[in-house]
Design a binder for this molecule. Structure first.
Ligand code: AMP
Length: 283
């Protein structure tokens, strides 16, 4: 396995693979690997080809007052994991390489999808995500990019970017990996103390309860949200930011569940902001 930070080294490795007739499979990450990341890597491995994983904590997708400084980082452990998973190449650029002037002069805006829900609570976040992914996609030139359903709105933003800007690649969505108690795996979970960690699974419990009610015939979104909020309110350590049921394509809010629907949640638990989502639709 190669670990490269410099762009010429990356380009040379990619050119070798291309000459050998291999496809390029790409998993972009911010590191501090957990089983969620590894599930993407394993899915990408199954495709064959050159498996590239990037590790870059992108400063431009964090707002001021967010957790860029305290975001978990452990490149050594990530490299060990990658080696075990038979990754071919880890691309770990420095911030100076990616953003010599602190930010990109040219940015990719995510449109309306970038301004609602996560975008409303994290202004500029999706422009940061879309811009860094455009850069990474141009550097790596992958055939396929593997992304987690855990970050459902990010997945939709990047699907739109790839379609709108004609990136010649396919996006492969991978299911959310959860802890045994249902908590969606996240690099940020390590920052929860024991009490917060016990409280946090209420988010996935509420989402799954809403899915269950839909299966039982409830289609009124107001009633579903009432039940979800009631459950979350029982955990005072969990401060709900939003709970909504949306159309999974464009993330507009729904009044009734009839067909595809996604329940999305964001909450602060101690020092950490957690997000999660579950399909609750009838389709
Ligand atoms: P991150 O390092 O948090 O930027 O995540 C890198 C990739 O891993 C993104 O495509 C995420 O959606 C995905 N991911 C993060 N957590 C999970 C999870 N629990 N299950 C599946 N994919 C995940």
């Amino acid at each position: 396995m190669q670990v490269v930070t410099a762009e010429p080294d990356l380009r040379a490795a990619l050119a070798d693979a291309r000459r050998g007739g291999h496809s390029v499979e790409f998993v972009p990450t911010m590191g501090a690997f957990h089983e969620g990341h590894l599930s993407l890597v394993r899915r990408a491995r199954r495709a064959g080809g050159l498996l590239v994983v990037s590790v870059f904590v992108n400063p431009t997708q964090f707002g001021s007052g967010e957790d860029f400084e305290t975001y978990p980082r452990d490149l050594e452990a990530d490299i060990d994991h990658a080696e075990r998973e038979k990754v071919d190449l880890v691309f770990a650029p420095t911030t100076e390489q990616m953003y010599p002037e602190g930010r990109a002069r040219t940015t990719v805006q995510a449109g309306r999808l970038g301004e609602i829900l996560e975008g409303e609570h994290r202004p500029g976040h999706f422009a940061g995500v879309a811009t860094v992914c455009a850069e990474l996609f141009n550097l790596v030139q992958p055939d396929r990019v593997y992304l987690g359903q855990k970050d459902a709105q990010q997945l939709a933003v990047l699907r739109h970017m790839v379609a709108d800007l004609k990136f010649p690649l396919e996006i492969v969505a991978c299911p959310t990996v959860r802890e045994p108690d249902g908590l969606a795996m996240s690099s940020r979970n390590v920052r929860l103390d024991a009490g917060q960690r016990r409280a946090a699974p209420v988010l996935s419990r509420a989402l799954h309860e809403m899915a269950r009610l839909v299966q039982e015939g409830e289609s009124d979104v107001a009633a579903l949200l009432r039940r979800g909020r009631e459950l979350i309110a029982r955990q005072p350590a969990v401060r709900l930011q939003y709970l909504e049921i949306v159309d999974p394509q464009d993330f507009t809010s729904l009044d009734r569940v009839a067909g595809e629907a996604l329940a999305v949640v964001a909450a602060h638990v101690g020092p950490v902001r957690l997000i999660d989502n579950v399909f609750v639709g009838t389709a």
